[in-house]
Write a new protein. Structure first.
Length: 643
């Protein structure tokens, strides 16, 4: 193949691998942290910049500066495009544009990283390394949202790779500057990127001792790198311009107040609530969040090590050192989430990629490596649009992840909204959930979303949504706990075979509550007050469907006189063909009243039977039964007093 065409295909394929999975359906769902923090912080950051109140740009202890710069630019971009009439700014479009600048930064980092890898390694090795980085679903998932971990990871990876190149280049200054800029951006993204500082010192010592570089030259390079870090931070964090000490106190507070204590909402590890998982957490998460190709490559690397070129071995050792140091640094703190590992995943993918060219040699090696890249692309595609939910299929995939780690950050709630939008009665009723901020933006017009009201249902509550992270830590708080314990969901939203959200239809208020179950199929919630007119007693019953009902169910209603005589009767088919588990259904019946019926008190009994064999469904209720008056499994519903 023509070398120019080969280069074009290589660059084009990496660009597509970086861009397509990150840009496709970008406004699909809203994470909890974006809804509650980063979109709001970005808007406040933008407002503070526009009024010149630079001290007010210190809004997070992370510090999240690159996230807020990106979000602010995205928000302003949406405003410009909407004002120009180029886009309709519904919520998915607003969200996509708010995320877009951050996503473009990730794509740019991958492309810069690929350029550096081509200088470090040969073409096929560099291409596979960039492909595994770009197509890692875990990395993709967090680089599609407006948050801090993935931005820190992308910038840290560029800082590492350019630092490795600086250690080899005869003129390292430009690479040290680029590494320092990327390192400064990483530290502006999230404070754990400060691990780059001791790592830089260790690698500088390595240059002196292992590579026998002149100490003075190494010291000058270290100062150039550090100066680039400091200058980048100083130029891009407006809070430092106004009150440097206050801005730095934010970072100190973040480490002391947040990282040094468990998360306020708790955590989940290895099948149980564990607010402060121990040192095993991150090694398990590191393996679970890899892709099959990355995991196999890492396992293959020791066997293929002897075939790795000596300069590449040094690069791989330095990348491994970064991963180990980063994991240890995270493990020190009790607050742990597997997403905090994201900055280590690109380096791990690059290490894994180095094993394959070393193990696969010969004239067909390029084709095999291209096939591995295609496999990585297919794997990424299988997780769309929820790469954030990806876990290594060789270790059990998404079900394993759900058993091992806390999952659910808002993904799937847009599907809850789409399901509720199909309900005829959704407008004018309230959907109750603890995740209102991530659900509400996708709900149809006129449908309200609310939190539980001090443990009670808000007024006009018609539906409730329970999310997976609540269930992992035990029953959710009242009143949602009763639904999980005894209710039947109307719909269950699953992602890759794992239930993520349960939608419950709430029973309406009834004038005459009568809790009773008929078999495993139907639960009677109660009835309206009823009315006597045109020679009949008419009532409406309210049911909850618990299991798919047979098609031949019949309702009977018997009106019994004080002496036990049956003076009125109605039998009608329930017609439950459209009834699904979790639905609230209504039926109306009328019991004819004989014109000669004397004054007195009459009791109405009802039950359910199968038309085919006439057998009544077993009745379960706390209401005392009177089988001598209307037979077994007949519920006393109400008395009718005729004057």
């Amino acid at each position: 193949m023509n070398p120019t065409l080969r280069r074009v295909l290589a660059w084009g394929s990496i660009a597509l691998a970086a861009a397509v999975p990150r840009l496709l359906d970008l406004g699909g769902f809203l994470t909890v942290d974006e809804a509650n923090f980063w979109l709001m912080r970005s808007a406040r950051f933008l407002a503070a910049l526009e009024r010149g109140d630079y001290a007010a740009t210190a809004l997070s202890t992370h510090p999240g500066v690159t996230t807020m710069w990106s979000g602010a630019l995205g928000i302003r971009l949406g405003d410009w495009l909407a004002a120009a009439g180029l886009v309709g700014l519904d919520y998915p479009m607003f969200l996509a544009l708010a995320r877009l600048p951050a996503v473009l930064l990730h794509i740019g980092c991958i492309m810069v990283g690929y350029a550096v890898l081509r200088r470090l390694w040969n073409g096929s090795s560099a291409w596979l390394a960039a492909a595994l980085w770009a197509l890692d679903p875990f990395v993709i998932g967090y680089s599609r949202i407006l948050h801090v971990d993935a931005l820190a990871g992308s910038f840290m990876t560029v800082a590492l790779l350019t630092g490795l190149l600086a250690g080899r280049d005869a003129r390292p200054a430009r690479w040290l500057v680029l590494s320092g800029i990327a390192g400064g951006l990483a530290m502006l993204s999230k404070s754990p990127a400060l691990v780059l500082v001791p790592l830089a010192l260790v690698l500088a010592g390595w240059q002196v001792v292992g590579a026998r570089r002149a100490p003075n030259a190494v010291a000058r390079g270290l100062m150039l790198w550090g100066g680039s870090v400091v200058l980048t931070i100083a130029l891009l964090w407006p809070a430092l311009w106004a009150d440097p000490l206050a801005a730095l106190r934010w970072i100190t507070s973040g480490v002391a107040d947040e990282g040094a204590q468990p998360h306020m909402l708790g955590n989940f590890f290895r099948g149980q609530q564990d607010d402060a998982p121990g040192w095993l957490f991150y090694p398990v998460a590191l393996a679970a969040r890899t892709t099959p190709l990355t995991l196999l490559g890492v396992l293959l690397l020791p066997w293929a090590w002897r075939h790795v070129a000596p300069p590449h071995r040094g690069d791989l050792a330095r990348l491994a050192l970064f991963i180990v140091v980063f994991v240890i640094a995270l493990s020190v703190f009790p607050k742990k989430f597997n997403r905090y590992l994201e900055p280590a995943m690109p380096a791990l993918a690059i290490m894994a990629a180095a094993a394959y060219p070393a193990a696969i040699r010969g004239r067909h090696a390029s084709g095999v490596l291209a096939g591995l890249g295609l496999c990585a692309a297919l794997n990424a595609a299988t997780w769309h649009p929820y790469p954030i939910a990806a876990f290594n299929q060789l270790l059990g995939g998404a079900p394993m992840g759900a058993r091992t780690f806390s999952i659910g950050w808002g993904e799937g709630l847009e599907r809850v909204a789409a399901a509720l939008a199909t309900r005829d009665n959704i407008r004018g009723v309230v959907t109750v959930t603890r995740f209102a901020s991530s659900l509400a933006p996708f709900m149809p017009a006129g449908a309200a979303v609310a939190q539980p009201d001090a443990g009670a249902w808000p007024k006009h509550a018609g539906y409730a949504v329970v999310y997976v992270s609540q269930v992992q830590r035990g029953l959710p708080s009242p009143p949602l706990d009763a639904l999980v314990r005894d209710g039947v969901p109307w719909q269950t939203i699953a992602i890759h075979g794992v239930p993520y959200a349960w939608i419950y239809q709430l029973p309406p208020p009834v004038a005459l509550p009568r809790a009773a179950r008929f078999g495993d199929t139907l639960a009677l919630l109660g009835a309206d007050a009823g009315r006597v007119a045109a020679g009949a007693w008419t009532m409406q019953l309210v049911w909850q469907v618990r299991q798919p009902p047979p098609a031949d169910l019949m309702l009977f209603a018997h009106l019994i006189a004080p002496d036990g005589t049956r003076v009125g009767q109605a039998d009608l088919p329930l017609e439950p063909r459209d009834w699904a588990p979790g639905m609230i259904a209504r039926t109306e019946f009328a019991v004819p009243l004989p014109a000669t019926l004397p004054p007195g008190s009459y009791r109405l009994y009802l039950g359910v039977y199968r038309l085919g064999d006439g057998q009544r469904l077993p009745l379960h209720t706390a209401i005392p039964l009177e089988p001598a008056r209307s037979g077994a499994d007949a519920l006393p519903l109400r008395d009718l007093v005729l004057p």
